[in-house]
Design a protein around this ligand. Structure first.
Ligand SMILES: [Cu+2]
Length: 336
């Protein structure tokens, strides 16, 4: 039996209790099914290029997480829509390159953690199980009561439930808030949390890019950087997008140890929706500065086919792994 305890209003549940409630283990299949349904629906409007994804056992799967959203398990309770998510913290080893492996904390076996997605006004319930061998927590950005702020430790082997209303709409994030927070984040306990506005945004090819760093020798400086977990991945495996189709990037900077980075896109300009909290652009540019935990929606379409780089304009950070390419392709099937 895990060493359960109760801290304030953050009730902690054991895996056995969650099983009793019938909510443990039901999430993945339900989430995957819902995702396929939503994806199939959106494909009638937005065309997504086919992806060739090499099989890997690694916790880092940059291409898989690119267009993957966890909508949770939807329930109706007292006339309200509740989205129930399950996040389990664990440990894994990732291969940053042929010579360097690194011990990380992961969420649901992946780094970054799943991109959780809900609609403004829905109820969000996160079942958090900590199997990562150390006390952790999940702190969500957004508006919620103090007892749901996720700053209290959840000991190894214990579980807790965070529950709050999804508000306001925007691109938010969640991360562990146990000290030293910098290290707990840098070791992998973070993910994006998107709250969609009441009126949906126009159809677009929606893509998640999370910028992170790796301090592999514990000197409080990053030796490697990555988009979606793996250094240089999108340079070697460009992200296919269609010419003249709107791309909606959800970008998060969670690079610890560096004060701020920029995000720059080659041969184009993008509309900025600051923190994803507006329905009209707040700015148009090709370089935007992002402090730690800053995130935005960036929208653009490419006029010409070809390969175009994206990266922070701090060259050392880009050259150490935070660099990728879009490959703009022309054969967009006709829209119906
Ligand atoms: Cu932690």
């Amino acid at each position: 039996m895990p060493n359960n305890f109760v801290l304030g209003k953050e009730q902690l549940f054991s895996r056995r209790q969650l099983l009793k409630l019938g909510i443990w283990g039901a999430g993945f299949a339900g989430t995957a099914a819902l995702w396929h349904t939503l994806n199939a629906h959106s494909k009638s409007i937005v065309k997504v290029p086919p992806l060739e994804i090499a099989a890997t056992n690694q916790a880092v799967k940059p291409m898989q997480m690119l267009r993957n959203f966890d909508y949770g398990v939807v329930k109706q309770e007292n006339g309200r829509t509740v989205r129930e998510f399950q996040l389990t913290a664990g440990t894994s080893v990732i291969q940053l390159n042929s010579a360097v492996s690194y011990n990380v904390w992961d969420l649901n076996g992946r780094i970054p953690g799943p991109t959780l997605r809900a609609k403004q006004g829905e109820r969000v319930r996160i079942l958090f199980l900590n199997n990562a061998g150390h006390s952790h927590s999940l702190h969500f950005h957004g508006v919620h009561p103090a007892e749901m702020d996720g700053i209290r430790p959840v000991s190894n082997g214990s579980a807790t439930i965070y529950e709050f209303d999804a508000e306001p709409y925007g691109v938010h994030l969640y991360h562990c808030h146990i000290e030293p927070v910098t290290r707990h984040i840098a070791k992998g306990l973070y993910g994006m949390f998107i709250i969609d506005p009441p009126t949906p945004r126009p159809p677009a090819d929606e893509i998640v890019l999370v910028m992170a760093g790796y301090d592999v020798n514990d000197d409080s400086h990053n030796e490697y950087y990555a988009f979606n977990g793996l250094p240089h991945y999108f340079m070697d495996n460009p992200i296919p997008i269609y010419q003249n189709q709107l791309v909606r990037l959800y970008v998060l900077n969670i690079i610890e140890y560096d004060t701020a980075v920029t995000f720059h896109l080659h041969a184009n300009f993008f509309d900025v929706y600051r923190s994803g909290m507006t329905m009209t652009p707040t700015e148009k540019t090709d370089v935007i500065t992002m402090g730690i935990a800053e995130r935005h929606i960036l929208e653009f379409a490419f006029r010409y086919p070809g390969k175009y780089m994206f990266h922070p304009h701090q060259d050392a950070i880009a050259e150490n792994g935070c660099m990728g390419q879009f490959e703009v392709i022309t054969d967009k099937p006709s829209q119906t």
